[in-house]
Write a protein that binds this ligand. Structure first.
Ligand code: ZN
Length: 499
């Protein structure tokens, strides 16, 4: 007779096997699956998620989570128990019929959203959004602690410990500093031409460059692959099977930075410790921490001048017609151009967080009931005008641009902005301990990757994002690092005086 832990471990591994099958189907759907397969695959997915639900909510599983507490477990095992229990409670707290009805609703909602977006008609999507919102509020109420606001419950799902109170302060600081800076750049900044980044950049060569860059920053192709999908993403079965996607268009910097970004996510997944991978604790610490690693590589590293010093000549060799006469300085300024636009996923490093702030303010109002679904398109445009100085020309480049709400992801957006801020704090600390520019010039990306692996990646979910940040940088979360970083960098690039 084995211990309770051994039985639990087996059951968790079985549930994980089902989860991995679902992950693989999702990956396949986005990359290789024939369009005709969609309907039947959706049925398979539904069955798999039903099996997963039953396995995780099995009463025996509940007993085991309690009884194995009395056994002597390693810290890794304790983390697996804690995270597994959390996953179980998230499922078990919702009545089965409601869970199934909601799954059906979100499965349909993405198609409704896509149609509404292509027809530029918000009214098509509004009733579905209304329904999703009411489910999300109900689900949050099942988990809410006494007196806890529903939006705080939703936020907690993605980023533990970052409530509205904390986020209000964070976004308030950003708004106060970044909105005026964007205005100054528009009025006084010198121009950063970037037209040479658009042109006949062949897919074949972009792919070659993408693979080179992924490997150069430290993504391990022995334990990972790269494919093409409409929207780039990263997924992982475990630390030996990590999958990136990218996409190609006429702007070569789009594929360059999406590859470096996804490589950051991939390096995180590949760095998770062997004793954690495949367990409920074998994932990134939080959405924000994951995003911090992708943005660290994309922006702090990939948009750094020192990074390109050894690499840019190789890029020029690959694209002699397009970049042969473009200097490193011109290239560097072009990849760092800051131009406010209406679309979040096309946003530059400086304006990105303001796109997130707009979504945060609207979600907060929606969940609290201060804003009605019907008010969204108008408020959306007003906020874009106020913070970014642009007005979306219709709802497809306005309130309907993101898929998240149709998937029921409310409270997810802030983790994108937090990730950028975590990354800046980590970078500032690393720069005190090592000569970052020197390492980048020498191509020693391995030293940077090892530092992150040692302090962050290997722990998986053993620590929260706040703990990792505190232990890595010696300080609590402080958005000041992010704001200082943006101000210094963009004043320098646009030739503006600091304060
Ligand atoms: Zn990302």
């Amino acid at each position: 007779m084995g211990t309770n832990w051994e039985e639990l471990k087996t059951r968790l591994a079985e549930a994980r096997a089902v989860e991995e099958a679902m992950i693989l189907f999702e990956w396949d759907n986005e990359t290789l699956a024939p369009a005709g397969a969609m309907e039947l695959t959706a049925k398979t997915m539904e069955r798999l998620s039903g099996i997963y639900f039953r396995m995780m909510t099995d009463p025996r599983m509940g007993e085991l989570f309690e009884s194995c507490r009395e056994e002597a477990l390693t810290p890794e095992q304790q983390a697996a128990v804690r995270e597994g229990k959390k996953k179980r409670e998230e499922l078990a707290g919702i009545p089965r019929e409601e869970y199934e009805a909601y799954s059906g609703l979100t499965a349909r909602a993405s198609a409704v959203w896509a149609k509404a977006r292509s027809m530029k008609d918000f009214d098509l999507f509004a009733p579905v959004l209304e329904e999703i919102l009411s489910y999300k509020k109900r689900f949050a109420s099942y988990r809410a602690k006494e007196g806890q606001a529903l939006y705080d419950v939703m936020l907690d799902e993605f980023e533990e410990g970052f409530s509205m109170e904390k986020l209000d302060r964070f976004f308030h600081q950003l708004k106060a500093e970044i909105v005026p800076l964007i205005k100054r750049i528009r009025e006084e900044g010198r121009h950063c031409p970037a037209d040479f980044l658009e042109g006949d950049y062949s897919e074949e060569k972009q792919e070659k460059l993408g693979r080179f860059l992924a490997q150069y920053v430290g993504f391990d192709f022995e334990r990972g692959v790269m494919a093409v999908s409409a929207h780039p993403f990263t997924t992982a079965l475990h630390n030996r099977d990590v999958r990136l996607t990218t996409h190609y268009d006429r702007w070569v910097d789009h594929s360059i930075f999406s590859v470096i970004h996804e490589s950051g996510h991939g390096i995180y997944e590949q760095g998770i410790g062997d004793s954690l991978t495949g367990t409920p604790a074998g994932e990134g610490a939080s959405m924000g921490m994951h995003e911090s690693q992708s943005r660290f590589f994309e922006n702090m590293i990939g948009r750094n001048r020192a990074f390109w010093e050894p690499v840019y000549p190789e890029v020029q060799k690959l694209f002699p017609d397009q970049l042969g006469n473009v200097s490193l300085e011109e290239f560097y300024r072009a990849i760092n151009r800051a131009e406010p636009g209406p679309i979040r996923i096309d946003a530059d490093e400086l304006t990105y967080s303001l796109h997130i702030m707009i979504r945060y303010e609207l979600e907060k109002g929606l969940v609290a009931g201060d804003i009605g679904v019907a008010d969204l398109p108008g408020l959306w445009n007003e906020k874009y005008e106020e913070y970014l100085g642009v007005r979306p020309k219709d709802v497809s480049e306005g309130v309907l641009q993101d898929i998240h709400w149709s998937q029921g992801s409310m409270g997810y957006f802030p983790s994108y902005a937090l990730g950028s801020a975590f990354a800046a704090q980590i970078y500032a600390h690393m720069a005190e301990e090592m000569d970052m520019d020197g390492l980048l010039r020498a191509g020693r990306l391995d030293m940077i990757r090892e530092y992150l692996r040692e302090h962050i990646h290997r722990f998986g979910k053993m620590k929260t994002s706040r703990e990792l940040l505190k232990e890595t940088t010696g300080k609590e979360f402080d958005p000041g690092f992010y704001i200082d970083y943006l101000k210094e960098k963009f004043c320098r690039i646009y030739g503006l005086d600091g304060e």
